[in-house]
Design a protein around this ligand. Structure first.
Ligand code: NAP
Length: 676
């Protein structure tokens, strides 16, 4: 069969492979299946298209508009996932591997879509932290803001997750408003190309928001500037080379790297054979060794168990591995497919040989294993291989050599500090897991290893049923690790979006800061409401519009009635002498909840109108006690508006309760849903 031609998508055009193209072989049969690469790719035109067309178009939308695009993309990809599955088998991946790569990638888009609408404003600028008071009279303020970078995001991905790898980087970039040029690893780029075609054909993204390099990217990195960002996933060796590209160094181009790491899993001293924790420890090791044939950046490479337990661990893991069917990933009974290529297989074997200098292979013989439904000699098959390192203190390779395949090494520890020292010999990992039911063990180990890890995963009998797995990076949580793991950070909800934005310290008068931030700033000239703001629809409300309520005097009867009615008979409201002994009160005082209830009575407009529901209060603070005889009044200000659907939006009102002297007694933000 003629190999598929895998194209690039550059400056609005599909560019077929030409001079310099590489042949890609099936991981399963070794037969050539695809051709990708074109030395003539106009990489400067691609950068120009991203910067001049994609970026401005994306920045024309709000965060919420872009979040809606991500959701639509996720739905579109979900409709076509069978086609992606069909193609992915040739990478050596099984159907359960596809669930991680393809379904996991789509799930990541959905999470960013919902986080974008929940955690970011429906605006073009995102605020970072509260207003800073920089002057005595409040006429000069500070506010940190974030805005999207105005260059291109260059996403260079590893071969192992051709779909998830693209989407976990694309989602935060698009949400931030930055166009992406995606360069998948050549060996699996045919799957990424199909995903990109599905995305582009949907017409959901604006022109220039997404381009694709299939094959080499020529000298693109030599043309980057300080508004561009490179996000790399792959080997430490390539990362080192790329981050030293002169243009990247000289123009201080942001460069984030996710690279190989020697992740560990530690079995707690309490989690001995026979406990539920021991069983889950074994389950996690088996899953990490066999999923994607061990080609997972987060896979467990080092199994660190108490010295009295490592025999039991080796025996349990070996027993389970003996039952794993290695074979043709298209066959349902196959539990572990092939490595991505014969080159990758050779690389894993050479790394396993290095590990073999420090450790003894106790399971899996690469020269004698069976392969179901495929010819072992043609595909890139390997058996899972387990090593035992008897002296992990003097060994180096087991802590430093990543065999990116189904390979793990068991080592024993004397005590927890020894376990910590061994784990940290990885010199920075994406993830370490700790399997224990003992909270003291968890506290001790976490304080010893957290600085060396991007993620810590603790599993025990309470979490087993719902724990997501040692190796699963989640879009809500940061992914990346220090040192050896590359020093980068991705995802983590909106934290991942912030990497594509510049944080700027904005300083100016309240009126200026409000105009830029789109959020009410105290100290701006007051906009007096001409009618009750609760009678106005969402669109008619102006930021800063303020209503002043009449005053209400609080009586002792009110306090006693409230105490009886609610049952809140706390002494500060009921007993004058006891209250006076308390350093905060002059004597009996009104309940804080009474005050906010009266506040509602003072500002609410009772008739049916555009306010649909009160959805909550944020940041409630009681600042000055109120005694019987004092009066309160309310200042209600429109602080921020967020469109939620075509029918309604959320209004954030700033509420101040003031006493007869004009002092603030309480302050909070009130949230309501208002009809459009
Ligand atoms: P790799 O050889 O370093 O390649 C990674 C990417 O860099 C590929 O897209 C590759 O493209 C590209 N590349 C290589 N040389 C380049 C150059 N001169 N200019 C521009 N791009 C270049 O790594 P891999 O073999 O694909 O992936 C396996 C490694 O990735 C393992 O070490 C694994 O631990 C690590 N990994 C880390 C993570 C993580 O999140 N931390 C995730 C997955 C994998 P070509 O394919 O065209 O050469």
């Amino acid at each position: 069969m003629k190999p598929r031609e895998i194209s690039s998508y550059a400056a609005g055009q599909w560019i077929a492979p030409a001079a310099g193209a590489r042949v890609i072989a099936s991981a399963v049969t070794g037969a050539p299946i695809a051709l990708a690469g074109n030395d003539g790719l106009d990489v400067q035109a691609m950068l120009g298209h991203a910067r001049e067309t994609g970026g401005p178009a994306l920045r024309g939308f709000t965060f919420h508009d872009r979040a809606r695009m991500l959701k639509a993309l996720a739905q579109r990809l979900a409709e076509h996932k069978q086609a992606l599955y069909d193609l992915s088998f040739d990478t050596g991946a099984t159907q359960s591997d596809h669930l991680i790569d393809i379904d996991g990638g789509i799930g990541t888009l959905f999470v960013f879509a919902s986080k974008g609408r929940r955690d970011l404003p429906d605006a073009h600028v995102c605020l970072d932290g509260p207003i800073e008071q920089l002057s005595r009279n409040g006429t000069f303020l500070g506010q940190h803001i974030r805005t999207p970078l105005q260059g291109a995001a260059i996403h260079i991905n590893a071969f192992n997750f051709p779909v998830w790898g693209m989407l976990e980087k694309l989602a935060p970039a698009v949400l931030a408003g930055v166009p992406a040029i995606v360069k998948p690893a050549t060996s699996t780029c045919y799957v990424t190309e199909l995903a990109v075609r599905i995305i582009l054909e949907s017409g959901i993204l604006p022109d220039g928001a997404l381009q694709l390099v299939s094959g080499g990217m020529g000298d693109m990195l030599d043309h980057l500037d300080g508004q561009d960002i490179v996000s790399f996933t792959g080997s430490a060796q390539t990362a080192r080379k790329l981050r030293l590209t002169p243009a990247i160094v000289e123009n201080t181009v942001r460069f984030t790297a996710e690279q190989d790491s020697l992740n560990a899993s530690i079995l707690g001293p309490d989690a001995v054979s026979g406990t539920p924790e021991f069983d889950v420890f074994i389950d996690e090791i088996i899953r990490e060794m066999t999923t994607k044939a061990g080609q997972k950046c987060t896979a467990i490479r080092r199994v660190i168990a108490p010295q009295g337990q490592f025999d039991a661990v080796i025996s349990a893991v070996s027993g389970r591995l003996a039952k794993i069917t290695v074979g043709n990933p298209r066959h349902q009974e196959t539990e572990m497919g092939a490595l991505v290529s014969s080159e990758q297989k050779a690389d894993v074997l050479s790394k396993a040989a290095l590990i073999g200098q420090d450790a003894e292979r106790v399971f899996g013989d690469p020269d004698a294993f069976s392969v179901a439904g495929a010819e072992a000699g043609k595909g890139a098959f390997l058996p899972p291989m387990l090593f035992h390192c008897a002296d992990p203190d003097t060994a180096n390779h087991v802590h430093q050599t990543e065999a990116f395949g189904p390979v793990a090494t068991v080592m024993g520890y004397r005590d927890l500090d020894h376990a910590i020292a061994l784990a940290n010999r990885g010199q920075g990992s994406l993830v370490t897991s700790l399997i224990t039911h003992d909270t003291d063990v968890a506290q001790h180990v976490v304080s010893g290893i957290a600085a060396f890890n991007g993620r810590l995963y603790i599993n025990d009998r309470d979490a087993i049923a719902e724990a997501t797995g040692h190796g699963a990076p989640l879009p809500h949580m940061v992914h990346g690790g220090p040192g050896r793991a590359g020093g980068g950070e991705e995802m983590g909800g909106v934290r991942g979006v912030h990497h594509y934005m510049q944080r700027t310290a904005l300083q100016g008068s309240p009126r200026m800061v409000q105009a830029v931030s789109g959020t009410w700033v105290p100290g701006t000239p007051e906009v007096t409401a001409t009618s009750h703001p609760f009678t106005q629809k969402f669109g008619a409300l102006t930021i800063g519009e303020t209503l002043h309520s009449p005053a209400r005097t609080i009586t002792l009867d009110d306090i006693e009635h409230f105490a009886e009615f609610t049952g809140d008979r706390f002494y500060a409201h009921m007993d004058d002498d006891a209250a006076a002994r308390n350093p905060f009160f002059p004597g009996r005082v009104a309940h804080g909840y009474l005050l906010i209830s009266f506040a509602a009575g003072l500002f609410v407009e009772p008739n049916e109108g555009p306010v649909l529901a009160n959805t909550g209060l944020d940041g409630l603070r009681f600042m000055k006690p109120v005694s019987a005889g004092d009066s309160i009044r309310v200042r209600l200000t429109v602080k921020q508006k967020t469109r939620r659907t075509d029918d309604y939006g959320e209004v954030r009102w700033h509420v101040s309760l003031l006493d007869q002297d004009g002092d603030k007694v309480a302050e909070y933000d009130l949230l309501t849903m208002n009809a459009y």
